[in-house]
Design a protein around this ligand. Structure first.
Ligand SMILES: NC(=O)c1ccc[n+]([C@@H]2O[C@H](COP(=O)([O-])OP(=O)(O)OC[C@H]3O[C@@H](n4cnc5c(N)ncnc54)[C@H](OP(=O)(O)O)[C@@H]3O)[C@@H](O)[C@H]2O)c1
Ligand SMILES: *[C@@H]1O[C@H](CO)[C@@H](O)[C@H](O)[C@H]1NC(C)=O
Ligand SMILES: *[C@@H]1O[C@H](CO)[C@@H](O)[C@H](O)[C@H]1NC(C)=O
Length: 290
């Protein structure tokens, strides 16, 4: 009987928590905020920039392709951004990463939200063949530059009581065949940022970190790399961007998108790893990855 009561109150608590966290989001929370989104010339990063713009943020976008960045800035302004800027940078150069933050602080007069999203161009699914140069360069773009950007932005974020959003992947939670290097960089991010979050908490420093765990999203880059190679339907990047922005602004620890695909799989990972492996066997068309 007590167990039942406990369960019932737990359920009520969960529902209350769910509705509470659903209702507190308002676009006003974003207006006037100074946001840096990396890897925002295409894909999910571009969509997140638009989402912030729509709600009246000051938006700084960055990537390597200047022409695309100019177009994104223009669209941000059309959508209602308080201001929109770009800085061209290659994240394989950590000095450039540092300069992106400096430029952002100068132009926006500070920083409220650091959104880490860029990745080295996906190469598709291939067995690992021991290319060390690729391991090092992928780690630099996908992980070291994230840490550099964070280090450079820390004092500005502390000053503004700002927060960080980190874009991870199911590949950062579940070992991923045929993309083990990419997967390793996401595991590294998960380790670093989850650890950092707890470190901040234990030191009573208010620096919320939201890790977004994404499934398969319909960006051009992902479709190009994975199309025909996995039997999973891609989810819309616009909706994905909206959910990440919302979770980040609400300072949630994690965002899972699409929720009902990612979350059950993660439970299986811990409870029934054999079942998960069998599911992978079904969803990967191995003959197409060689
Ligand atoms: N799409 C999916 O299915 C999926 C699934 C799970 C997780 N994610 C994550 O979501 C995030 C966005 O992915 P996406 O699908 O939107 O990818 P995307 O369209 O390829 O976007 C990647 C962005 O990073 C930039 N970039 C690439 N190399 C760079 C470099 N060396 N220096 C600076 N910028 C660089 C690209 O612009 P330039 O080429 O102009 O530099 C682009 O703006 C990534 O963190 C990815 O891991 C995606
Ligand atoms: C990295 O960027 C800095 C500053 O933008 C530049 O001076 C340096 O030459 C770059 N390094 C490489 C290896 O391209
Ligand atoms: C953060 O800001 C507080 C005051 O707002 C200051 O006391 C503290 O030293 C700062 N910490 C860092 C790491 O900058």
């Amino acid at each position: 009987m007590t167990a039942l009561k406990l369960f019932a109150s737990l359920l009520v608590g969960l529902c209350a928590y769910y509705f509470y966290s659903q209702e507190t989001f308002s676009e006003e929370m974003v207006r006037g905020k100074r946001v840096l989104v990396t890897g925002s010339s295409t894909g999910i990063g571009e969509q997140m920039a638009y989402e912030f713009a729509r709600m009246g943020a000051h938006v700084m976008v960055t990537a390597r392709t200047e022409k695309r960045l100019q177009e994104v800035v223009q669209k941000c302004l059309d959508l209602g951004a308080s201001s929109a800027w770009y800085v061209v940078a290659d994240m394989s150069n950590l000095t450039s990463a540092q300069q992106v933050v400096e430029e952002t602080k100068t132009v926006l007069g500070g920083l409220d939200l650091l959104v880490l999203n860029h990745v080295k161009v996906y190469t598709g699914l291939h067995p690992f063949q021991g290319d060390m140069e690729s391991v090092i360069s992928t780690m630099t773009v996908n992980f070291f530059s994230y840490v550099q950007l964070t280090v450079s932005a820390l004092s500005a974020l502390n000053e503004s009581r700002g927060s960080i959003i980190v874009i991870s992947s199911m590949s950062g939670r579940i070992p991923s065949p045929f993309s083990v290097v990419y997967s390793s960089t996401k595991f590294a991010l998960e380790g670093f940022y989850s650890g950092l979050r707890t470190e901040m908490y234990l030191q009573k420093i208010d620096l919320p970190i939201t890790v977004a765990v994404l499934g398969y999203i319909d960006t051009d880059a992902a479709l190009r790399a994975l199309g025909g190679k996995i039997a999973i339907k891609a989810s819309p990047k616009e909706d994905c961007a909206r959910e990440i922005v919302k979770g980040g602004v609400l300072r949630q620890r994690e965002v899972f998108y699409p929720y009902w695909v990612t979350k059950p799989v993660l439970l299986l990972r811990d409870w029934m790893p054999e079942v998960l492996e069998h599911m992978m066997d079904i969803s990967y068309k191995v003959e197409n990855t060689l």
